[in-house]
Design a binder for this molecule. Structure first.
Ligand SMILES: *Cc1c(COP(=O)(O)O)cnc(C)c1O
Length: 359
């Protein structure tokens, strides 16, 4: 068996012990003589798995009983419409901070529904920063304030949640469980699973229970958090295997020392790579340090004609998926929880060798 270092932004690398456990349980889950993907989502074994998964997540992020936890199909993108449909109205808009492609997309969808307003944007500055809080245009009757905790494409991250009296809603798809977070500050936290939680196909949605409400009957039940929560996220058949994989990842995080330990390791990993980039005259990252992401690190070669060669040769060297997003260009190293520090060292060794050959 040979595993490589996978820097893909998502679907992303998974912890090896999680994949091994999934292998072990693949043919015969808990003595059933079936895999977990073959059993009913209404069976008692599935109920037990779902309960254990929820309980583990509650321990990891200290989530109280004031919050509902759901696992819903459609990824984070489905939440881009579910958030405004469940929280806003034409009289009470959601306010959006746009500091990258994902927040722009979230805002665009909510705006199309007539339920959103722009509070601030850093698009004119190329999404390399977060608009400063004293420039945000908020209204007392905004239904919520939405922000993307980590902008996966440009590599910009909030250090901490904004202070606001509004209901705070965050898309944490690419940094959930990478550091501690005070859930009590939030009305809603959601995250697609394929970066830091598990595999594609499911999103984690954490909602303060007092926000669950009945929707206009023309809105399909699948969109309703209240109904989904009443049905235990099983109004219809959910992505059962993705749900199970999320549980394995939560257990792995807990066994590895929890989110505090993840934060230490992520700090160490990102600092190692940023310090190398900052010392280099050959490579660069042009995000100001106070906004830099600990999860997604875009970087360029000063001579950008070398990008194609770098990407091809890094791939051959067992460093997969370093090609940057097409809107940014160059390279991007996504270094979620499951990326070990050895992956960062291997990347830097390769970068040094590439520079001495091509530079
Ligand atoms: C990847 C990503 C999404 C989109 O997730 P899907 O599950 O593909 O819908 C949304 N927001 C952020 C911050 C992301 O990184």
């Amino acid at each position: 068996m040979s595993r490589i270092f996978n820097f893909c932004a998502g679907p992303a690398t998974l912890p090896l012990p999680v994949l091994e456990k999934a292998c072990e349980e693949m043919l015969d889950y808990r003595g059933l003589g079936m895999s977990v993907m073959e059993i009913s989502h209404r069976s008692s074994v599935f109920d037990e798995m779902a309960d254990a998964t929820e309980a583990c997540l509650r321990r990891l992020l200290s989530i109280s009983d004031d919050y509902a936890i759901m696992f819903l199909a459609g990824g984070a993108t489905a939440q881009f419409s579910q958030v405004p449909l469940n929280l806003a109205s034409t009289q009470r808009h959601g306010a959006y901070i746009v500091d990258g492609s994902w927040s722009k997309k979230a805002f665009g969808i909510a705006q199309r529904l007539g339920l959103a307003q722009l509070a601030a944007s850093s698009e004119a500055a190329g999404f390399k920063s977060i608009p400063s809080e004293n420039e945000w245009l908020l209204e007392d009757n905004n239904a919520y304030l939405h922000y993307v905790s980590n902008e996966t494409i440009s590599g910009v991250q909030f250090r901490q949640p904004p202070e606001t009296s509004l209901t705070l809603v965050s898309d944490m798809s690419s940094d959930i469980l990478s550091r501690p977070v005070d859930v009590n500050k939030f009305g809603v936290i959601y995250a697609g699973a394929q970066k830091n939680i598990g595999q594609a196909g499911i999103a984690l949605v954490v909602v303060r229970k007092d926000l669950l409400r009945d929707l206009d009957p023309v809105i399909p039940d699948l969109q309703s958090w209240k109904i989904q929560n009443q049905q235990g996220s099983r109004l219809n058949t959910p992505p059962t295997y993705a749900w199970y994989m999320a549980g394995l990842v939560f257990e792995w995080i807990e066994a590895s020392g929890g989110v505090e330990r993840m934060a230490e390791l992520n700090q160490q990993k990102s600092e190692t790579l940023y310090s190398y980039l900052d010392e280099s005259t050959f490579y660069r990252n042009d995000i100001p340090s106070e906004f830099r992401s600990h999860m997604n690190i875009p970087f360029q070669i000063v001579d950008d004609s070398l990008h194609g060669q770098f990407i091809a040769e890094s791939e051959e060297a067992g460093l997969s998926s370093l090609k940057g997003h097409r809107s940014v260009g160059g390279m991007r190293a996504s270094i979620y929880n499951a990326m070990p520090i050895e992956g960062i060292h291997a990347l830097i060794d390769f970068m040094k060798a590439f520079e001495s050959k091509a530079g």
